[in-house]
Structures are given as structure tokens and as C-alpha cells.
Design a protein around this ligand. Structure first.
Ligand SMILES: [Zn+2]
Ligand SMILES: [Zn+2]
Length: 353
């Protein structure tokens, strides 16, 4: 099969023939029809996350936002058949451990990060092997196309799980979203669909315009103001109910926490870069005295994907709105390159393999 193969940090992916994957007894193989290109791919491609074990080796295939058709199933698989239209969560679970059994399969004890670690080759390829297929393959409902599913990607799942499951977001609540890349824009769209009042904070006017189209009540260009957190405090008359750092750098994380009113909830979805190595400093005294919650959110358990699918089916969420363009496998490297300077707006989706 054809694949875009990782060669070295920051180097163009090499388009070449590799061996077709075979399903494990509990696994399946999916013919990929679409796959989103995401900042997480960029982080792995840069070697940012080697300290977390998410370190591509030469020969690795990136890509963690696939949708497609099942073309082969292992003998132990019961709930999927050849021809099924499916997606795969980027948090691969085993479906068997204590966490999988209690609704937290997104943080499975034996979690593998699809396309981001060497043991779990990804979907910038014609075919994708999927382990524990009964658990990790999610059937797409009628009316959700492969490109739309790739638009949902990891970003809507993470944004939805963070706002709807982890935070206690209510209708009319102010939500300050710091960082309007893919996950931030998705969070704005999800927050608006849930009846909350999102505020988008970013450095790029173009991204803030898209944030407004997706439902932001207000936007703040952080490069135009002294302190974006102060602006959010003013806009919300005392502070947001929920904040999100969708980027994972100290400035956005601290600004997000400082945007909150008392008893506010901060949702951290951005993972840090090589420079921070997983540690950011926080205004902890203020968090204590204002009783601020700090919540981590990682993807979403696939058994809850139906919640999002119902909102897509009823038109409350439009994942295609964050898809900026569809591209060919050959174009992935250019898109990753453009992310280095935050030069992409919205999500490119590969649909030509
Ligand atoms: Zn598990
Ligand atoms: Zn992603």
C-alpha cells in the first residue's frame, strides 16, 4: 500500500509503498477514506513528545483521525464486518482493563496513541491496522461522511469530553477558550451548541473570525491588549465559568486560569511542548482562594461518540465547518511545515491516498 512515511524530525514524509497490514486475531484493517492533519501530528513530527513515549521512529506512519471501510477482520472479532463504515479513536483502548470497564477507555491502562507512537502505526496510508477492533472501531451513522468524521477528528472529541463531561458547563455560562487552533475552534462550536457563551482568544485575526462564525459571542486578539485575561474578566463581568487552554503553553494556560471567576473550572486539553517538558507554572494561591478546579481532558471514550453524532445529525454541530480543504497524501508534509509558524487555519483533511 501507499503510505506517507516518517524519516526524521521535521523532514518531509516520504511517499512510498509499504507492506499491507494484516489484522491481529482481535483486530481489523480499515481502508482509509479520510484522515485529518492535526497539530498533534506536528508535535510528534517535531519530536516534541519523546519524553511521553510518543516518539516516531524512521518508517513510522503518522495520522490519527481516520474514517474508512473495514476490509479485513481477525477471527476473534464479533461486532464488525468487512464493508462497515467506521472511525477509530486516537486513544486506542484494550476494552478490558478496569478503566475501559468503567467508562474511561480514553485513558485505558494499556492505552496506545494511534499514529503517535511506534507500536500504533497511523492513517496517512491506504490501510490502517486497528487492534481490539470490537472496542476501537466505532460505526459511523448514516449521514456522517468520512471527511466530516476526519473533521471531528481528535479535536471535537477532546473539546466535547472536556466541556460536556469533565466540566460542569451550563447553558448561559461564559467559556473562555484560549488558543483557536483545531481543538479551540471545536470547543467554541461545541460550547455554543451546548447553550453556553464562548469567548475566543488567539493572536490571529483570521482564526478569531472563524471563531465568530462558529459561535463565539466575543473574541480577543491577545496581541492587541496588555492582558487578555483582564479583557475576559471585563467581558464576563467578573470571570468566566469555564476556561480552556487549547494550546499547552504557559502563557495560554495561565491566562485561561486567570480568566475565571471564583469557583470556575479550567479544562486543560493542550499538552506542553519539548521546552516545558510537561510542566507549567500556575497561580496556585489564587486557585485555592477562588476555589478553582483544574481538569484534564484527553480525547473521549468511543462508547460516548453517539452523543456527538446525534448533534451532527440534528445540525447542532457541523464538523465540515472546521475543514479548510481536502488534500492528497503527498501534501501532508507541506501542511505540517505550515503549522510551524501557525500558518494553517482550520483543518486540512487527506482524502486522496
Ligand atoms: Zn483498557
Ligand atoms: Zn488530532
Amino acid at each position: 500500500m501507499r503510505a506517507a512515511v516518517f524519516t526524521d524530525y521535521g523532514e518531509p514524509l516520504e511517499i512510498r509503498e509499504v507492506e499491507d497490514p494484516e489484522p491481529e486475531p482481535h483486530g481489523a484493517v480499515v481502508a482509509v477514506e479520510a484522515c485529518g492533519v492535526c497539530r498533534s501530528d506536528w508535535h510528534a513530527w517535531q519530536g516534541d513528545w519523546d519524553w511521553r513515549g510518543l516518539d516516531p521512529v524512521p518508517g513510522h506512519i503518522l495520522g490519527h483521525e481516520p474514517a474508512g471501510r473495514v476490509v479485513a477482520v481477525g477471527e476473534e472479532v464479533e461486532s464488525v464486518s468487512e464493508g462497515d463504515h467506521v472511525t477509530v479513536p486516537f486513544n486506542l483502548g484494550d476494552g478490558q482493563c478496569r478503566l475501559c470497564q468503567t467508562g474511561h477507555s480514553n485513558i485505558c491502562e494499556n492505552r496506545q496513541a494511534l499514529g503517535l507512537q511506534p507500536e500504533a502505526p497511523g492513517a496517512f496510508a491506504e490501510q490502517l491496522p486497528v487492534p481490539h477492533a470490537d472496542h476501537n472501531l466505532v460505526h459511523l451513522p448514516e449521514g456522517v461522511s468520512s471527511v466530516e468524521m476526519a473533521g471531528l477528528g481528535c479535536r471535537f472529541m477532546t473539546a466535547f469530553h472536556g466541556l460536556a463531561h469533565r466540566a460542569d458547563l451550563g447553558a448561559g455560562d461564559w467559556v473562555a477558550i484560549h488558543g483557536c487552533g483545531g481543538v479551540g475552534l471545536s470547543a467554541i462550536h461545541v460550547a455554543a451548541a451546548l447553550g453556553a457563551n464562548p469567548i475566543g482568544v488567539d493572536l490571529t485575526d483570521e482564526k478569531l473570525e472563524l471563531a465568530e462564525e462558529l459561535g463565539a459571542e466575543a473574541t480577543v486578539n491577545a496581541s492587541d491588549v496588555d492582558d487578555p485575561a483582564e479583557v475576559v474578566l471585563d467581558l464576563t463581568d467578573g470571570g468566566a465559568h469555564v476556561s480552556m487552554d487549547a494550546l499547552g503553553i504557559e502563557t495560554t494556560c495561565r491566562n485561561a486560569v486567570r480568566s475565571l471567576g471564583k469557583t470556575g473550572q479550567h479544562v486543560q486539553v493542550g499538552l506542553t511542548t519539548e521546552e516545558a517538558g510537561g510542566n507549567l507554572s500556575l497561580p496556585t494561591d489564587e486557585m485555592v482562594t477562588s476555589e478553582i478546579d483544574f481538569l484534564g481532558a484527553l480525547g473521549m471514550p468511543p462508547e460516548r461518540y453517539d452523543e456527538i453524532f446525534r448533534m451532527v445529525a440534528t445540525g447542532k454541530l457541523d464538523p465540515a465547518a472546521v475543514v479548510s480543504e481536502t488534500i492528497a497524501l503527498e501534501d501532508v508534509s507541506d501542511k505540517l511545515d505550515a503549522m510551524t509558524d501557525y500558518g494553517t487555519v482550520g483543518i486540512p483533511v487527506v482524502d486522496e491516498f
